[in-house]
Each structure stands twice: as C-alpha cells, then as structure tokens.
Design a protein around this ligand. Structure first.
Ligand code: KG4
Ligand code: ZN
Length: 337
C-alpha cells in the first residue's frame, strides 16, 4: 500500500510517500522558520497562509521524486491534530480533496503518534512494548506503548514542554527562534559546573515534569551575571544539563515502574546530542535498549504521518470526510490497531 502523508500542524509543511512493501519512497519538507523568526515565535495566521502557498507544489514535487502518479496512491494520511487550527485545516482540506478526487480513503493521524512511530522508519525497528519519551516544542510525555494505538500516558509536563523551555531560555540568551538547537550549540562552549540548575519535581515520587521554573532560573541568572558570550554559554550548559538529567531521572523511574526494558525517544528535542549521549551511557549501565529516529525525522515531517497513517489504513481504519480537525486531542483516545 502506498500512502501520501501530509503534515501541517505547525510551521513545517511536510509531504511524503510511504510504501508498506518498500518503505519511504520520497519526502519533502518546507520550513517556515525564516518567516516566523522576526516575530520570535510562530504566528499562527502566517503559518496557515504559508501552508496554503506551498502545499500543492510540495505534493507535486513529492510524487515526482517518488516517480508516482495519482493512480498509484492507495490512501492519504494527514495530521488531524493536535496543533494550530488554521494550519491543520490546510492539510486536512488538501488531504480530503485529494482522497475525494482520487477515490481513496483518508486517515487523520495524531501528530504525537507520528512522532512516536518515527523511529520505525529506520533500522533497527524497535519492538513493542516500549516506553516512549516524546519531547517536542508543544509536548513532553512519557507513554507506556503496548502497540499501535495502545498508549498509556504515565507522565507529562505540567507547564512548558521541554522544547518550549529550550526556546524561551534561548530567547533570554539573545538567540534566534527556534532557539533549541542554537542553545545546544552554544552550550558546547560552556564551562561545566559554573552553575547548577535544579532538577524540577525529582525529589518527590511521580512521573510528571515541570520545565518553566528552569526558564525562570535562567532569567534570574542572566540578570545577576555578566552579559557576555562565555557567561551565556555557561548558562546554556547548566540549563541543558538540568533538562537532560530531569528527563533521564523520570525515564529511569518509569522503566522501574512499568518493568519495560526499551526506550523510544522522539520529537524535536530528541535531536539533542547531550540527551542522546546521556541516555546512551545510562542504557549501558542500566541495561535497557534505546531507539531514536534519525535527525531528519525528529522534528516535524510528512514521513512519520505517512507511516502512521499507512499502519491504520492497512488495519481498515479511515476518517470520515465530515470529521473535524482536533487542535487538542488526547493520545489515549486513539483506537488500537
Ligand atoms: O517536534 P517538533 O519539530 O515540533 C513540535 O511538534 O513541537 O519540535 C520542535 C522543538 C523546538 O522547541 C526546538 O527548539 C526543539 O524541538 N529542538 C531542539 C533541538 N532541535 C530541535 N531542542 C534542543 N536541542 C536540539 N538539538
Ligand atoms: Zn511535532
């Protein structure tokens, strides 16, 4: 089965074709980062307009790259939510129109399920069950994953998502949007242990997380200290250590609680090198397996949506044409495959 996947939940227009027999055949991504950078964050109305501008061209280019025609496509997957409503509407309208014109089923995919299954696009493919650590700009979640659609959210951020905290702290340090990767780069020049930031919500039991205090801690440190590059690098280092350590403490706790022996990490922050390093050494010490998507499938993309949609279409699931987009949508309400 060949599935066209469309992602438009935020500021990336992603289109891909996934084939259940031959894997990913093509994928294209258009990032709106430059458009939003002047505003220091995503402007929803501008995002919707830019998705409208790019989506048809990207579908054409992706089909060309895959050397496929409309008649070769067996289904259309699109991001139904969660995300910015105007942006979601662009992708869902496009997907439903194509499905109607090409007489194939459409399936609305949960954006976080897309992230969660993204590591399946690479070898080795993680086996179920596993603990998923989803760390994106909008969400931070620990999920007990027993199979596709069998999700138990056992921990999440009570305030800012990890990526959001990275971006806000980066802004404090004068870095451009989206600041997560830039802060990580700056942290490489930081002197270890100049500052020690707290590891929030780790002194009490439980799997929920909180990252907004770290941003405040960074703001207070910036105010107190010298306004130079080395100080900023030291703050970036301490901030990153605190986020990564907190995520690791929570994951170790979750593994113990669930008895799971495998972690799948996904979402934009899973691209963070320090996070990968610390989890890699923990996995050796604690004897658990760890899987990540390749860097290009960590941040938003159409490939993960095509893959997730394909699994559901193969199981006979589809989404009605009169279904609504879901700006808020619980992962736990999805049907099992
Ligand atoms: O998954 P994603 O592309 O979009 C959402 O669904 O939110 O994640 C984007 C987030 C942004 O907050 C970005 O700053 C962060 O992922 N990010 C990183 C890195 N690369 C992307 N954060 C820390 N280190 C990185 N290397
Ligand atoms: Zn995302």
């Amino acid at each position: 089965m060949k599935v066209l996947g469309i992602e438009t939940s935020c500021d990336e227009t992603g289109v891909a074709v996934y084939d259940s027999s031959n894997g990913l055949l093509a994928h294209k991504l258009y990032s709106q980062v430059k458009l939003h950078a002047d505003y220091g964050g995503v402007v929803p109305e501008l995002a919707s307009r830019d998705h409208v501008r790019k989506i048809v061209c990207l579908v054409q280019e992706t089909l060309e790259q895959a050397q496929l025609a409309a008649k070769d496509i067996d289904g259309i997957a699109y991001t139904r939510g969660p995300g910015l409503i105007g942006a979601l509407l662009v992708g869902s309208s496009m997907a439903k129109s194509l499905a109607y014109a090409w007489q194939v089923p459409a399936i609305g995919v949960h954006h976080m399920e897309g992230h969660l299954l993204a590591p399946m696009l690479d070898e080795p493919v993680p086996a179920f069950p596993f603990l998923a650590l989803l760390v994106s700009g909008g969400h931070t979640m620990l999920v007990n994953v027993q199979g596709i659609g069998r999700y138990d959210v056992i921990g999440e951020s009570v305030d800012d998502a990890a990526g959001e905290a990275f971006d806000k702290t980066a802004k404090l340090l004068g870095l451009d949007y989206p600041g997560g990767p830039l802060l990580a780069k700056l942290a490489e020049q930081g002197v270890p242990d100049t500052y020690r930031f707290p590891r929030p919500m780790t002194d009490k039991p439980g799997l929920d997380m909180s990252f907004s205090g770290l941003k405040t801690h960074a703001a207070n440190t910036v105010k107190k200290e010298l306004n130079d590059l080395q100080t900023h690098a030291n703050i970036a280092y301490a901030f990153q250590e605190a986020v990564v350590d907190t995520l690791l403490i929570k994951c170790r706790r979750a593994l113990k609680q669930t008895g799971l022996k495998r972690i799948v990490m996904a979402g934009g922050v899973a691209a963070n090198k320090k996070l990968r390093e610390k989890f890699a050494s923990a996995s050796k010490a604690d004897k658990f397996e760890i899987f990540y998507p390749s860097f290009e499938y960590c941040t938003d993309n159409g490939a993960m949506i095509a893959y997730a949609g394909c699994q559901r279409l193969l199981a006979g699931q589809f989404t009605d044409f009169d279904s609504k987009a879901m700006p808020r949508w619980s992962l736990e309400t999805l049907p099992a495959v």
